[in-house]
Design a protein around this ligand. Structure first.
Ligand code: NAD
Length: 307
């Protein structure tokens, strides 16, 4: 019987799907990670999230392993050179959390516009500022504004659909995909950043995109623009963003990611009033996690059947 081991916590539905497909399933997500190499030799497939590191001794002992399923996107916890050389298939679930991340970016758009974070913090700290905060938080609507997307793949497109329904015009730039059914595509990043009230980043961190949003790009934007980074730390030059916030060029920087995570306590962005932070929670939703578990199980079944 084909045997599958689950070494990181998944939704129970994944177990059900694998068993229904006729596989023997070992739930080992409570097992200490250092004990996995001792038993991995028995298994034909394993499903992981990010905690299990599939490299070194674990891979050496995985003599029967044919498929690794990663419930999630990143594959940096797998030694892909070894798996490729040994013909071990690696499958992941890149679309499972698309909606979760898009909803977080939308949260950032709305939260920065009405600044409920600032209101909450100020009033909790000192209820006597209630009336003055009411004046300070006089703001605007998002309806009728322009959202600029850098990267119009899965997450960018999902955010575009939501924002169009809320009355925003959505323009975008993508270095590799020039057309999009819901985004008004521009042929350069400059054309997007110059014309948007909100700019949301949805592209990977690569050599090409590292510090892509630096001083020059920030000062090309409309004064007071809101910049949202639910993609990766390192795409935005954090010191340049801080300087642009100080000068009022950048209205808000809303970020789910930092170049170094957790951020250093002395990172100046942590002290700025117009910075809204979430601790890399883009993909962290019940629904996204459920979809990642189900899709990982389904993809592992497919891969095992075709191997
Ligand atoms: P995707 O691959 O569907 O889309 C990324 C898009 O970026 C692609 O269309 C690609 O052509 C484009 N792109 C690549 N390089 C570019 C460049 N130099 N300039 C302009 N466009 C460029 O990926 P996705 O699922 O939409 O995810 C987007 C990013 O979101 C991921 O790369 C990842 O870094 C990030 N992410 C973050 C979280 C989180 O927890 N915050 C979770 C999932 C993904």
């Amino acid at each position: 019987m084909t045997k599958v081991i689950l070494t990181d916590k998944l939704n129970e539905k994944a177990v059900e799907i694998l068993e229904e497909a006729g596989f023997e399933v070992k739930v080992a997500w409570d097992l200490p990670k250092e004990e996995i190499p001792q038993i991995i030799g028995e298994y034909d497939a394993m499903i992981i999230r990010s905690a299990t590191k599939v490299r070194g001794e674990l891979l050496e002992k995985a003599v029967n392993l044919k498929v690794i399923g990663r419930a999630g996107v990143g594959l940096d916890n797998i030694d892909l050179e070894v798996t490729m050389n040994r013909g071990i298939k690696v499958v992941n679930t890149p679309a499972a959390t698309t909606n979760s991340v898009a909803e977080l970016a939308l949260t950032m758009i709305l939260a920065s516009t009405r600044d409920v974070v600032k209101g909450t913090n100020a009033i909790k700290e000192n209820p006597s500022v209630y009336k003055s905060m009411k004046k300070e938080l006089f703001s605007r609507e998002i309806d009728g504004k322009t959202l600029g997307l850098i990267g119009t793949g899965r997450i960018g497109t999902s955010l575009a659909v939501k924002c169009k329904a809320l009355g925003l015009t959505v323009i975008g730039y993508d270095a590799y995909v020039p057309e999009n059914p819901v985004v008004e595509m521009k042929s350069s990043i400059e054309e997007v950043v110059k014309n948007a009230d909100y700019i949301s980043l949805h592209l990977p961190l690569t050599n090409e995109t590292k510090h892509m949003i630096g001083k020059e790009m920030l000062y090309m934007m409309k004064k007071g623009v809101v910049l949202i980074n639910c993609a990766r730390g390192g795409i935005v030059d954090e010191l340049a963003a801080h300087e642009a916030l100080e000068s009022g060029q950048l209205g808000y920087y809303c970020t789910d990611v930092f170049e170094k995570e957790p951020p250093e306590p002395e990172n100046p962005l942590l002290q700025h009033d117009h910075v809204i932070i979430s601790p890399h929670i883009g993909a962290q939703t019940e629904e996204g996690s459920y979809r990642a578990s189900v899709q990982a199980a389904e993809r592992v079944i497919e891969a095992l059947k075709s191997s």
